[in-house]
Write a protein that binds this ligand. Structure first.
Ligand code: 26Q
Length: 810
């Protein structure tokens, strides 16, 4: 076993060989690349072990309040590279691996990432876990160990094809199963009441199904600190004893079938993003992992020998959106039904423990469960929610007598038509703090979806602007730039981004630094160009400007606005073949929810336009379009460092924060964007003269929607826009077929809630300005350096610090 004190190249080599021989039973000459990867991974993991124990001691012995970050998603990305950088042993391991005849870069690339998230929300959870470890805050991330993460995306004939993500097929050296750490989770059945020894009437839940949750632990290492936090993910298993009651009744196959059913709970991540569907299995997943997690917290609390009445003093539970909000009813159940607490005391503990982060204002993304589904699956929780709601509405009635409209709007139960449980209302009532994820978003939250709550309890509302970890998004992804910055300002900035990165600003006018920044960007663009050619066969020129939009595909994010601009340039060149245009490569990436037809059509449009543009000789050396398949953490690490221009063009008021915007800016891309989400704060930080702003404000959007949006008026006034739409309509991008893109045009022209055509001209003008500035190399690079140097605020270290100060202090 390799000890931390002995990290010579020789001993690392020996440890890798030992792991190959002893853990994998493989001789070097027969080892595959993946065997080597696993041997290196196990070697690195063993170096984390002693930090790991130390953390266990804090969580079980000390008096600190531990953060429990509850999230249905953790989009960690590959571990190996990150842990090598975190331990500060990259170069030794690289030498050891080279001497063993392998290439560390190849082994790193071999890792299959755990794609246990959809996008921003899941990746945010991963950045926060890393920052909490770096700040040596005791924290546990709780979630689901999905057997299949987010689907793998292929592009076939320009369209998205989904493949299952078998990330565990070759094993996972980073996790440790804890088969002894199991909890039982009940579902369905009925509730009866009984009188306990002291004469109180109590509820007894008689479930009709019991599932077992097994813990799988993954270490989350802090950067250059002796600290590891735990990510504890639950896997569903059949509870044999229970199911085999059926066996005793002579139904062996029935019992086995039920067991298979149970394991389905942790099978697959729902690939929805910002549009929710009320699927029973999804509610089962949520309750499953939340119940396991709370039982685990109670057990750890007891290990610390603390009274249950003090639970809130030792645990701060953060709800990553409403997905785990059933936890509020579950903690009440565990306190009242299982531990015989009085309601009021249990409620006090619960409210002081939970806090809720909202990530969206889109009505279609607010979770609500049809009452019949909820009643069937969680009958006791529904009773508890009714009681929470009754007491809450009584309070409201006292404050605002006779205002039935307000009561109906605030109620946890939506009774306006078919009945639903509104999870955001449950989360709001059961939490002591509610936060949005960017200044603008937090303000809009109080004005729109949570307005009545904000009037009632304004002190509950706060903002914590999102952040991203500079370790993965800079040190790991962009070693060239990291090295340059360190050579200028020393190496403290990776741990103190907000304090130190600013000092790089002094280099903005230094021509040598400018040249170096340009060279690094060029090398990163070549690396991305290679990846693009390998995956799409499209050759792109790293000398051209890389104009990049990567994020989930959604109408509100307006990838189609970007496409309208591409077609505009295409048309201009067609009309005037001698036209001087700035050579641009448009890079797209992102997944569409498999059931979201319009998003899939947008992918088709991007690829269709690309196909026409890329093969047209008149466009050569001017325009190229590439769609990078399977945008995920691993591929994105090649993308952010290579971008010149970052597209953040959502309809104002719709993107809660965005975090890709921060990763781009930190890596020196300039942003073209609307006043939406964290763009507003990025612009504030980098300076308005260093940000390409266009489009309506959130207020203007609201007003236009209120007064009636008539998209055709914009077309009537704008011949160039008309031509662009006509070209799509004519079938120019669909081999003459006029049907393909009809639904998209129909939406743009008749009922587009995201006002694409209203922002079109402003966007195209702004892009003209972008081209102008890009031609001035020095000015562009200077601005790029200012973007980097002024991005310190967007570190997730700052964000978790704010959570601690504003929310977790209690
Ligand atoms: C809900 C119910 C059923 C199935 C799936 C879902 C589901 C899953 C994922 C709903 C939403 C999501 C993901 C949302 C998300 O990623 N939101 C983004 O969160 C980021 C972090 O705060 C923000 O920066 C983005 O603005 C926001 O869009």
């Amino acid at each position: 076993m390799l000890a931390q004190q002995d990290l010579s190249v020789e001993s690392i080599k020996q440890a890798i060989l030992d792991n190959l021989a002893l853990a994998l039973a493989r001789q070097p000459r027969y080892a595959t690349r993946h065997d080597w990867y696993t041997a290196v991974a196990l070697t690195v993991r063993s170096l984390l072990a002693s930090y790991w124990y130390a953390g266990t001691n804090v969580r079980t012995e000390d008096r600190v309040r531990v953060v429990a970050y509850l999230s249905a998603e953790f989009l960690l990305g590959p571990h190996l590279h990150n842990n090598l950088v975190g331990l500060g042993i990259y170069s030794q391991v690289e030498r050891a691996v080279t001497e063993l005849g392998q290439d560390l870069g190849d082994l790193i690339w071999d890792e299959q990432e755990p794609g246990l998230g959809n996008g921003g929300l899941g990746r945010l959870a991963a950045c926060y876990m890393e920052s909490m470890a770096t700040q040596q805050m005791a924290a546990i991330g709780y979630g689901i160990r999905y057997e299949f993460g987010i689907f793998r995306q292929l592009i076939r004939d320009g369209a998205q094809v989904e493949m299952t993500d078998e990330w565990l097929r070759l094993g996972n050296p980073w996790e440790i199963a804890r088969p002894e750490n199991v909890y039982l989770v009940q579902f369905g059945g009925s509730v009866e009441s009984y009188t306990d020894d002291s004469g109180s009437v109590r509820a007894l839940w008689l479930p009709d199904r019991i599932v077992r949750g097994v813990a799988y632990d993954t270490p989350v290492l802090g950067y250059r600190v002796p600290w590891v936090n735990l990510l504890r993910l639950w896997r569903a298993q059949a509870h044999e004893e229970f199911n085999f009651q059926q066996f005793n009744a002579g139904n062996y196959y029935g019992a086995v079938e039920d067991m298979v059913q149970s394991e389905n709970i942790s099978k697959v991540l729902y690939p929805n993003d910002e549009q929710v569907e009320g699927k029973i299995l999804r509610l089962e997943q949520q309750y499953f992992f939340v119940s396991c997690s709370l039982q685990d917290m109670l057990r750890l609390h007891q290990l610390r020998r603390r009274a249950l009445a003090e639970f809130h003093k030792y645990w701060a539970i953060q709800l990553n959106d409403t997905h785990p909000s059933i936890g509020i009813a579950e903690l009440m159940r565990l306190l009242v039904d299982v531990n015989q607490f009085a309601w009021n005391e249990a409620w006090d503990i619960t409210r002081r423990t939970f806090a809720y982060t909202n990530h969206t204002l889109l009505p279609e993304a607010l979770e609500k469960w049809p009452l019949p589904i909820f009643a069937r699956l969680l009958p006791r929780h529904l009773e508890i929610i009714y009681e929470i709601n009754r007491r809450f509405l009584d309070q409201v009635r006292e404050r605002a007598p006779g205002d039935d409209g307000r009561l109906a709007r605030l109620s946890i139960i939506d009774e306006s038509g078919d009945k639903f449980v509104r999870m955001a209302h449950l989360a709001a009532v059961g939490s002591h703090k509610i936060n949005g994820v960017a200044e603008l978003h937090s303000e809009l939250l109080k004005e729109t979806v949570m307005r009545d709550f904000a009037e009632l309890q304004p002190e509950k509302f706060t903002n914590v602007t999102n952040g991203v970890t500079p370790r993965r998004w800079m040190a790991v992804s962009n070693p060239g730039l990291t090295y340059l910055i360190t050579s200028k300002i020393g190496d403290g900035w990776l741990s103190h981004l907000e304090r130190d990165l600013r000092r790089f600003e002094e280099c903005a006018d230094d021509e040598e630094v400018q040249d170096a920044v340009r060279l690094i960007k060029y090398a990163n663009k070549r690396r991305l160009a290679e990846m693009i050619e390998r995956t799409t066969r499209i050759k792109v020129n790293p000398e051209s400007m890389f104009d990049v939009q990567t994020k989930r595909i959604h109408e509100y994010k307006r990838q189609h606005l970007n496409v309208l601009h591409i077609i505009t340039l295409y048309e201009r060149i067609k009309h005037d073949p001698g036209l001087e245009v700035l050579p641009r490569t448009f890079v797209f990436g992102g997944k569409a929810a498999p059931g979201y037809a319009m998003a899939k059509l947008i992918i088709k449009l991007i690829n269709a336009v690309g196909e026409v543009v890329n093969q047209d000789p008149a466009m050569r050396g001017r325009l190229k379009v590439a769609f990078v398949p399977d945008f995920n953490v691993k591929t994105s690490q090649h993308i952010y460092p290579a971008a010149d221009l970052s597209e953040q063009i959502s309809t104002a008021g719709k993107e809660a924060s965005g975090t890709g915007n921060m990763k781009f800016s930190l890596n020196g891309a300039l942003t073209i964007g609307t006043l939406d989400g964290a763009n507003v704060e990025i612009r504030q930080e980098v300076g308005e003269e260093n940000f390409f702003l266009f489009g309506m404000t959130a207020e203007q959007v609201q007003a236009l929607v209120r007064d009636g949006y008539h998209p055709r008026e914009y077309v009537a006034k704008n011949p160039e826009l008309g031509e662009v739409l006509n070209l799509i309509e004519s079938g120019a991008f669909s081999r003459g077929d006029r049907q393909t893109f009809k639904p998209l045009l129909d939406s743009l022209l008749n009922h587009d809630p995201f006002l694409v055509l209203a922002d079109y001209q402003s966007y195209v003008n702004c892009q003209g300005e972008v081209s102008k500035v890009y031609r001035d190399e020095r000015r562009w690079t200077r601005t790029s350096i200012l973007n980097i140097a002024r991005s310190g605020k967007f570190s997730s270290d700052r964000a978790v610090h704010e959570y601690r100060e504003k929310i977790w202090r209690g």
